[in-house]
Design a protein around this ligand. Sequence first.
Ligand code: HEM
Ligand code: HEM
Length: 197
Amino acid sequence: MNNWNTTENYGRIARWLHWGTALLFLLAYCAVYYRHWFTEKKTAENLVALDLHLSAGISVGIIVILRIIWRMMNEQPVLEAGPRWQYLLAHFAHYVLYAIMVLMPLTGYLGTGKATDFFFMFEIPKFEDTWLFNAFVWEFLGLTFKEFEAPIDFFHKEIMGAWLVWILILGHVGAALYHHYKLKDRTLIKMLKGDKS
Ligand code: HEM
Ligand code: HEM
C-alpha cells in the first residue's frame, strides 16, 4: 500500500494524519462538554476532563505541523468537483480547516492559566510560565496574563469553539457525505481506503 499521495488517492500517511486529527477533535469536544454538563466544579473528574481537552488540543497542534509538512511534500489528489466555483470552494474550505487546526490549539494554549498534564504522563508548562510570556507580553506589551488572555479566551471559546468550528466541521462532513451518497463519487473513498478501492 502506498504511503504517498497520488493524483487519485490520499496515501496511507495522509489518511492516518487526517483521521487521527478528526478523532482528537472529537475527544477535545467530548471532554470539554462532559466537563461543562456532567461534572461539578473543582472535582477530580472535572480536572481530568479539562486535562484531556488540553492534551487532545495540544496533540492537534503538533500533528498539524506534521500534516502541513507532509502536504507540502506530496501531490494532492484531484478534487472531484463540478463547476469551477465548487472546485474553488472545496480548496478554500480545506485551507480554512487548516487555519482551525492551527488557531484552536494556539489560542487554547496561550489563553489557559493552567499547566497541561499531557495524557497524565508529563507536564507542559502554561504559557504564563514561559520566557516568551515574560519577554513579549509582560515586558514588551506591558500586559498582565489576565489582560492578555481575555480576548484570546473569548475568541477560543465564544467565537470559534462554540460556533464557527462546529459549523465548519459539520459543513465539511456534510459535503463528504453528499459526495458519497448523492453524487456517488470517490471523495470519501480516497480518504478512507486510498488505492485499495
Ligand atoms: C483542537 C483544538 C481545540 C478545540 C476544537 C477546542 C475547543 C474548545 C471548546 C468547544 C471549548 C468550550 C467552549 C464553550 O465554552 O462553549 C473550549 C474551552 C476551553 N479550551 Fe479548548 N479547544 C482546543 C484546544 C485547546 C488547547 C490546546 C487548550 C490549552 C492547552 C485549550 C484550553 C481550553 C480551556 C481552558 C477551555 C475552557 C474550559 C472550560 O470552560 O471548561 N483548548 N475549547
Ligand atoms: C467524520 C469527520 C470527517 C470526515 C467524514 C471527513 C472527510 C474528508 C474527506 C472525504 C476528505 C477528502 C476531500 C477531497 O479530497 O475532496 C477530507 C479532506 C480533508 N479534511 Fe476531513 N473529514 C472529517 C473530519 C475532519 C476534521 C475534524 C478536519 C480538521 C479540522 C478535517 C480536515 C480536512 C482537510 C484539511 C482535508 C484536505 C486534505 C488534507 O490536506 O488532508 N477533516 N475530509
